[in-house]
Design a protein. Structure first.
Length: 328
């Protein structure tokens, strides 16, 4: 019998993927890495159909040819979208060929006859929509912050006044803005709303934003679901002024991380949510309030975990290997 073969869709220098590939190799599994961006420049796809249907599905790369129907699992990690071939200099033609490549590659990974983690791309992209997450979380019994999504300044002012100014904003989806002229990106995290911000509230009409009631914190929790296993880590974000509003303003030296004994009821809600979203993997951000309430903030269908594993010893990567090799 052939060893398990996992195709990892990601970019170069992905520490999470490299770590899991090393563990998979230790279990006798074969892995191949592919970045969608390489399609047409360093790789080609071959699909052939007879009058009765599909006859072969091949990926040709610089290292050889891969029969996609021989895969035992596909891990949709963090690939970049296909780009136009550099030989195309006309911008309109380049945009057209890039979009046609996206159409093909997206559909290709959607229909492979193997396990796909965290889910088919269409499913986990839908799962990332924050308004839908909030609705589902409340339906499953999570407490959520009072939230406003609007594009009118008056709505933000009213929301701000109703909560005595204790509100935060965060992006709908993209956590960064690329400044092409300067050659760098501006990162956007969860931010408290200041009087200066309100002075520019008319700018809401150009782009939607999520505003939420600030939730008091005893701890923040990163809960990682892998298959049917739930790994909860507590982040003592209130120990550092830098991380008090958003733990992703990392101050690891001053922010203890520990394993958290998550109540079964909360674990069950997390599993129910990944089930409803069609995910085998999900990274939840929760708040434990000073009076002991667990409040849902969001779920990242493709979140990071290595720093949690390193600081707490939670075997998240091994669980991911189990999931990728399940049934083989």
């Amino acid at each position: 019998m052939s060893p398990p073969h996992v195709l990892v869709l990601t970019r170069d220098h992905d520490a999470h993927a490299d770590h899991v590939r090393h563990l998979l190799a230790g279990r006798g599994a074969r892995t191949t890495v592919f970045d969608n961006r390489d399609y047409l420049t360093r790789a080609h796809v071959e699909l052939a159909y007879t009058t009765r249907g599909l006859s072969r599905r091949l990926l040709h790369t610089e290292s050889g040819t891969l029969d996609l129907d021989s895969l035992t699992a596909l891990w949709w990690r963090r690939p970049r979208p296909p780009e136009a071939h550099p030989a195309i200099t006309d911008p309109s033609v380049a945009a057209y060929t890039a979009q046609e490549s996206v159409n093909l590659i997206t559909d290709l990974w959607e229909h492979l006859p193997c396990r796909t983690v965290p889910a088919r791309e269409s499913a986990f992209r839908r799962a990332a929509h924050k308004p839908s997450q909030l609705m589902l979380a409340a339906e499953l019994g999570f407490e959520i912050p009072e939230t406003l999504i609007a594009t009118r300044a008056d709505d933000l002012w009213d929301f701000h006044n109703r909560h005595d100014g204790r509100i935060v904003t965060k992006p709908m989806g993209l956590p960064w803005v690329e400044n092409l002229a300067a050659g760098h990106a501006v990162i956007r995290k969860c931010e408290p709303v200041s009087a200066r911000d309100l002075a520019y509230a008319e700018g809401l009409r150009f782009c939607p934003v999520i505003a939420q009631q600030y939730v008091p914190k005893r701890l923040e929790l990163r809960v990682t679901v892998v298959g049917r296993r739930v790994f909860a880590a507590e982040i003592h974000s209130q120990e550092s002024n830098r991380s008090m509003v958003d733990w992703r303003r990392y101050d690891l030296a001053m922010t203890p991380h520990r394993v958290h004994p998550l109540p079964d009821e909360v674990s069950g809600r997390c599993l129910a949510m990944t089930d409803r979203l069609g995910l085998d993997f999900g990274a939840f951000d929760l708040v434990l309030t000073p009076d002991g309430r667990y409040v849902f903030l969001e779920i990242n269908p493709n979140g990071q975990w290595l720093w949690i594993e390193g600081l707490t010893g939670l075997p998240i990567s091994e669980a991911l290997c189990d999931l990728l090799l399940e049934g083989t």
